[in-house]
Design a protein around this ligand. Sequence first.
Ligand code: DSN
Length: 420
Amino acid sequence: MHQPPIPHLAVADPELAGLVEAEATRQFSSIRLIASENYVSTAVLEASGSVLTNKYSEGYVGRRYYEGQQVIDPIETLAVDRAKALFGVEHANVQPYSGSPANLAVYLAFAEPGDTVMGLSLPMGGHLTHGWSVSATGTWFRSVRYGVRADTGRIDLDEVRDLALAERPRIIFCGGTAIPRTIDFPGFAAIAREVGAVLVADIAHIAGLIAGGAHPSPVGHAPVISTTTHKTLRGPRGAMLLSDAEHATAIDKAVFPGLQGGPHNHTTAAIAVALREAAAPAFRDYAHAVVANARALAEALVERGFDLVTGGTDNHLILIDLTSRDIGGKPAARALDQAGIELNYNAVPFDQRRPFDPSGIRLGTAAITTRGLGVGHMPVLAGWIDDVVKAAVVGDTATITRVREQVTELTAAFPMPGFA
Ligand code: DSN
């Protein structure tokens, strides 16, 4: 049953309530390996589902365009102060609706349409909003893209520097959505300084690891930091822009009134709750356990013969190239989902297949770590993944059914926040 309970919804809209309960049950009985997902606490859920959703508050604390901000202002102040303290930054804007609007605000703040911008190419592990062609960021700006080395799968900062010197971008993004290795923030900062670019660290995937001391921080290297709040950071779906004092005004103006209207106050409150949780000692244990689980899972997958991009991981994320397994990422992901192991198909660097049917699958360990799985479970998971991928190649439905039963049995032993 969903926690908190939803008895009023069950009466007012039984169909919708049934779907919410079905999703809670599905999340409870799945091994959730989508690298950008997690389980938020019941406290975060309560804040998200509160009357704060009723209130408009365009503007910033003490400078609003609507009356009645006696409670909203302290809530936003809490979120801002907690973000500043947790990450050690001079400024925090907690209003961006999610990661893509946050990144759009960065362009609005620091570039003019047509300016050159630079980011990691999407199929190499970047994000759509780092200047990929189908995104507004790739059409309104002159976007140049760096990649990873074919032999290592890793970013080569010499190549990034050469491109930056040749193209002189206004903004350089580092970070992305499928990077299994530590991001060299000081290295990127040196390049940005040399070419006079604003370095933006998109830490959406690793924010929780940084907060928990399990990944180096970009603070002091990147003057502007963009992050979502719902991945490893384990908050509600939302985003923040963090910066030094120099870039604060431009960021605030870009978020509001440049791009957005009223902030989602229920989300701001839930972000504040999540930031408080992330400042607690237990969160450090969680962040380090996420990385330990990812390393253990990567090692077990390599032992099973899987080909991992970069050969392993430093963070929460693993990217598997299935080319040698004679199956695409999409059918493999579908079969794994049938077996209760949830992940996404993903392009791998230099992918020979189409984006909608690529060669890889992407895994992350944040959600299973929140759930309580430890390194001892990782060889078991790797074995099930191996069994299901092999079964998918030959159409062996019995194996998929067997793994589904084993997944249900394992997950039943691990409580899920949001479900009782
Ligand atoms: N969609 C997110 C991810 O899965 O990585 C990025 O925005």
